[in-house]
Structure formats: C-alpha cells, structure tokens
Design a protein around this ligand. Structure first.
Ligand code: ASP
Ligand code: MG
Length: 460
C-alpha cells in the first residue's frame, strides 16, 4: 500500500502546544507515513543572521549553538518526563550542534563562507528538527526513524541555494530507503549534489522536498499541514470573509503560488502533477482528523460559478523598463537583455512590451543587479533604463478565464469603480490567470474590489 507523505512546516512548530498537535496528527494516520519537517519557526532566519555575523565575530559560533541547545532542551523538558531518554535525544542534538559550531568557527577564522558551506550551515535547522521530532515520536511509542537526504540519496542538480531534485538519480534510492513499515522523519529544505554536498532547495523549500519525496515513493498523497484554512478566495488578512476553495487543479495552485499566495511553495506542484499525486491541505489549528482536508489539489478540473477562484497579490516584484521610440520594432534587444540577466542568475517573471517600452518583471531583490547588468550592454535604441519598485502584482486565478468572455471586463470595471489605476495588465499568458500591476498603495484596495465583485456581490 503506498505511503502518505506528511509535511509539517515551521508554522506548525512554534510552541509546546503545537508539538502536541503534531503528535496527535501522526497518531491519527494509523499507518506508517513519511514525515518531512522544516526548521522550527524563525530558525532558518536565525541561522542566516548567525552565518552573516560569524564572518567577523568568532563569539557567534558558541552563542548560536548555546541558544539552539537551550531552546531544544526547554521544549524537550515540556514533552519528555524520563530524564535519561530526554538526555539521549539531547545528546544526538549536541552532536549536530558541535558540527555546526565547527563550521561557524571556520567561517569566523577565514572571514568567508563558500556557497557550499552556506547551504550546509543553513540546513542545520531542518536536521535538528528531524532529530527532535523523531525523539518525541519514539517517546510516544511510535516506531519512527530519521532519514537524512544524504543517507536516502535525494540527489539534486547541485545548484547551491536553489537546487532542483534529479528524479532519475533519486527515485530508486529514495524508494528503497523508505520502503520498510516504519514512520520516517526526513529533514526538508535540502538534498545532496551528485558529489554529496548539501544543496538547499530554495527558501521555503521544504514543501518542494516533500513533493519530491512523494514522487519518488509514489505516495498516495502529499498532506501539508498549515496554520490557515487551506486555499481561500483571498488573503484573510485583507478580506473579511474569504471563501474556502475545496478543489483546485495543479495549474491553479501553481499560478496562485507564483503570484504570491503563501500557502504552498511555488515548486510544490511540479513533481506531483505528472504522476497525479494529490496535495491535501489541512489546518493544524483545526480538526486533526486526517480524512477531511480543507483543500485538495489534483488533476480534477472544476470551474467555479464566477470563474475566478481566488485573487492573490505579491509585493515581491519590480519592473526593469527599457524605453526608446523603437524598442518594440528592433530585433535582438530582448535576446541580449535576457541573456545578460540569465548569466547574472536573475529569473524573469514576465515581459510586457510595446513599441516604445519593454517591461521586464523580476523579483524586487534582483532589481539593482539587473539594472547594473543591463546598463553595461550596448543598446543604442534604448534611450532610458529605469527601475520601478513601488508596484504590486495582483492576479485573478481560475479555470475558464481564457475561455469565458467578461471576466477581464468585470475585473477592470471593479477597479475603475473604486478609482484604482492599472499600470499594466496581462491576460492570456496562462489560460487561467488574469494579472495586472498597480501602485503599491493600491494593492489592498485592488484585491478587495475584485474579491467583492466575484465573491461578495453579483456572483454570476
Ligand atoms: N526552513 C526553510 C526556510 O525557512 C525551509 C522551509 O521552511 O520550508 O526557508
Ligand atoms: Mg518555512
């Protein structure tokens, strides 16, 4: 019988009560599962800060590992009464922390860290989480075992900081390593390069790790435990009564994640859509039964009444604008610019062009590098190169957007009625998304206007 892969994220691992819920969920599965676990809440950010400070401060190594040790000791004291057993888990954690300390000391000595070393250090949050959770589960009588990516052969393409899993190399290894009737606890967020080095799978990448493992073992489903009520029609912090979305296709979930929905890492869907492994989303603060997910992402296509299923936004994008009276007609500009951006390791999220300007949408954090790289190319027809940061991207997502008339009209009428100016827009790049750019100050009103139009009034 295929196993289920169950992912617990940092948002499920904040406090003592959270661990109690995680234990209950694992028991509710009543069968061997593969657990993928993130670092505890805030720990990856803490490790990033420690790594930066360690470059010029040799005290940081000890301070970091002391802090992490005490944190784990206190949490274990709350969960495990038996001192000897507790100490045995603490010992396992200390072995990891000693190793981490040595790496941080090495960084302090040389004042530098290679990308390989950075990845190795940042993965300790997940390693410690796995040892911790496994210890707690054993104490609860659950027959579990840790399974580190390096020992189960979760092999990547070797790109530090943002690797992809190599399924040709990994599937056989992982399937065999996780075959027995035990509960396995796998640290998320990283795999190993073909030569055995730790490679991170990108920030928030534990969802992608879990999806990759689910694909390797041919799991019955990937169950993701969150701290929110599954996929919703909009961010509950922005709209008052978002509607729950029970069924989404892989494409809808991928587009929502791409355009800012925080619920899944954008790459989670990638490994699962081909083998049709469903993603089931649960709320750790809700009912802990494992049979009733809040949302299911699968190949089953449903079209909602108003076509739009959800409206999402992102403040993470900016625009690199190339202006010039003939940029649209001159061949070769985009080829040069995109090649230069590619060489600089910058990902392009969208390109919108006209006769007098080319707009390249990229992550805000890449804007200044992109500006420098593109400024350095000879582009005679480009009169002005400009970056715009103060924008938001808002996207309406739903099956049927491209096939039904009137959706874009409703979106733009709703925006106009609320006095919101659209800076740029795009429909048709994906058949299920209509997205546009507004001034950053118009982001929340834009999301609210569209939500109101499609979910609160005139639902046709
Ligand atoms: N701990 C990692 C991060 O914060 C991975 C994850 O949480 O999924 O990016
Ligand atoms: Mg996380």
């Amino acid at each position: 019988m295929p196993k289920t892969v169950v992912k617990f994220g940092g948002s499920n691992l904040k406090c003592k009560e959270d661990i109690g819920r995680v234990i209950q969920v694992v028991k509710n599965y009543k069968q061997p599962i593969v657990i993928v676990v993130s670092a505890f809440f805030g720990i990856t950010n803490y490790l990033i800060e420690s790594l930066e400070k360690a470059r010029h401060d040799e005290q940081v190594a000890k301070a970091t590992t002391n802090y992490l040790y005490n944190l784990k000791r206190e949490t274990l004291e709350l969960h495990i009464e038996d001192t000897d057993y507790r100490n045995s888990i603490l010992l396992e954690i200390s072995v990891l922390l000693d190793e981490l300390e040595k790496y941080l000391q090495g960084i302090a000595l040389t004042g530098d860290a290679s990308p390989a070393l950075e990845d190795h250090v940042l993965a300790f949050g997940e390693r410690i989480s796995a040892v911790f959770l496994n210890g707690i589960l054993n104490n609860e009588g659950i027959d579990s075992k840790t399974a580190f990516p390096e020992s189960i052969g979760l092999v990547t393409d070797g790109e530090f900081g943002n690797a992809s899993v190599d399924f040709v190399k990994s599937t056989g290894n992982v399937r065999e390593a996780l075959a027995s009737e035990l509960v396995y606890v796998v640290p998320g967020f990283y795999g190993v390069s073909p030569d055995g080095k730790t490679t991170l799978l990108g920030r928030g990448g534990s969802d992608y790790s879990a999806a990759a493992i689910a694909r390797c073992i041919g799991a019955s489903s990937l169950d993701i435990w969150k701290d929110v009520n599954g996929f919703l029609s909009a961010d509950p912090k922005i709209v008052e009564n978002p509607v729950k979305i029970q069924k989404l296709t892989y494409n809808e979930a991928a587009e929502l994640a791409y355009f800012g929905a925080k619920i899944l890492h954008p790459r989670t869907v990638e490994p699962l859509s081909d083998p049709h492994i469903p993603i089931r989303v649960f709320n750790i603060y809700g009912a802990l039964e494992v049979g009733t997910p809040l949302s299911i992402v699968s190949a089953e296509k449903t079209v909602s009444k108003g076509i739009v299923k959800s409206v999402t936004y992102s403040l993470d994008f900016g625009i690199l604008k190339l202006k010039g009276s003939g940029v649209g007609a001159k061949p070769g500009i985009l080829a040069k610019v995109t090649t230069a951006l590619h060489v600089a390791g910058i990902n392009i999220s969208s390109v919108l062009t006209s006769q007098i300007s080319i707009n390249i949408i990229i992550a805000k954090r890449d804007l200044s590098t992109a500006y420098a790289v593109v400024s350095a190319i000879q582009l005679p027809v480009v009169g002005k190169l400009q970056v715009t940061e103060n924008i938001a991207v808002v996207a309406a997502v739903g099956n049927g957007i491209a096939e039904n008339y009137g959706v874009a009209a409703r979106i733009f009428t709703a925006l106009a009625n609320n006095g919101i100016n659209v800076l740029m827009s795009c429909s048709g790049a994906s058949p299920i998304v209509s997205y546009f750019l507004v001034d950053i100050n118009d982001c929340i009103p834009a999301v609210r206007s569209i939500h109101q139009e499609f979910f609160e009034t005139n639902i046709v």
